[in-house]
Design a protein around this ligand. Structure first.
Ligand code: PMV
Length: 321
């Protein structure tokens, strides 16, 4: 039986909330089309401080409501009719890196606004954070925002446990379930190549409309479904094999990048497997280190010109601080 996650309680302004970034192990892109995904929240956070003010600003910028689509979307969807507010946001999640910086911003704002409006349960928070991100980005799944709201390891549209919640969009639904953390060390490496999630998602959508699209989506579904089971059972050898297969599929749908392929090769002697994580076309890779070779893996990736870091799964999702 899955324990319901605690709601975000009511709190008056000023208040502060934070939400973690995420790392996708299996199923990015395919999840947009309803296939399963496995992701975990990482111990890098976006924190927002919300105070009453005379005009609404983000980091002292009064133009942000017009210019920052995520901030505008959050105000429209979770603060409409509310008084002017001053929001300070700080983030340790690299931007446009595939690590969920926009989802964490959406989840932290939704948690803060929900608290200021009398508290909010997790299912509502997950739905709102998704709608904020979708409103700003135009495309995308509920995977990133739900992982940021739930914390820990989660399966989207897979996994046998009772769902934590279901997020609904006009074109798709995503059932979110808890998966136990197998307790492994993961290494992420940021290539430094920026890209747009929206552009990558649209390009994959086009690719999946070709005649072999349905069979590719079926293979993404098999890999992520088997991957969720293998992680839940702590079966590293199977997880490694499926990570390699998932990367082949991502390459096939056109979201790998020469720099990502170089990093995957550089990781090989010290990693059981690695793949891109997030939207790809730049951004980051995630690697499962050979036990005892974590430091060597980080060194190899740094020498290959990436920004590597060991990520620890963050057990808790969006919360007041
Ligand atoms: O690169 P990120 O952190 O924006 O992750 C995108 C994950 C996708 O599956 C490609 C899109 C989505 O909304 O699920």
């Amino acid at each position: 039986m899955t324990e319901p996650l605690s709601p975000v309680p009511a709190r008056g302004l000023p208040l502060s909330a934070r939400a973690p970034g995420k790392c996708i192990v299996f199923g990015e892109h395919a999840v947009v089309h309803g296939a399963p995904e496995l992701a975990f929240a990482i111990d890098l956070y976006t924190q927002v401080l919300v105070r009453s003010a005379e005009t609404t600003r983000l980091n002292a910028d009064a133009e942000a409501t017009a210019q920052n689509p995520y901030f505008r979307s959050a105000l429209e969807r979770a603060w409409s009719g509310g008084p002017p507010i001053d929001v300070r946001a700080v983030s340790r999640i690299p931007r446009a890196a595939g690590l969920g910086s926009s989802a964490a911003f959406a989840a932290a704002l939704a948690a803060a606004f929900g608290a200021a409006r009398g508290g909010v349960d997790r299912a509502t928070l997950a739905q709102q954070a998704f709608e904020i991100e979708r409103g700003a980005q135009g495309v995308g799944s509920a995977g990133d925002t739900s992982t940021s709201v739930a914390g820990g390891f989660v399966a989207i549209n897979g996994g046998g446990a009772e769902p934590l919640w279901t997020v609904r969009a006009p074109d798709q639904t995503w059932k979110v379930t808890r998966v136990a953390d197998p307790g492994w060390v993961w290494v992420v490496a940021h290539s430094g190549v920026p890209r747009s999630t929206g552009d990558a998602v649209r390009a994959v959508g086009e690719r999946l409309r070709k005649p072999d699209g349905p069979s590719l989506l079926a293979e993404f579904t098999r890999v992520a479904g088997d991957g969720i089971r293998a992680v839940a059972q702590g079966d590293r050898a199977t997880v490694a094999e499926l990570i390699r297969r998932n990367q082949e599929l991502l390459r096939e749908v056109g979201v790998s990048h020469p720099r990502l392929e170089e990093l995957i090769r550089a990781a090989e002697p010290a990693a059981e497997a690695s793949k891109l994580t997030g939207a790809g076309a730049g951004g980051s890779i995630v690697a499962l280190p050979i036990p005892g070779k974590e430091a060597e893996l980080v060194r190899r990736l740094a020498r290959a010109g990436a920004l590597p870091f060991v990520v620890r799964p963050a057990p808790d999702g969006a919360a007041l601080v």
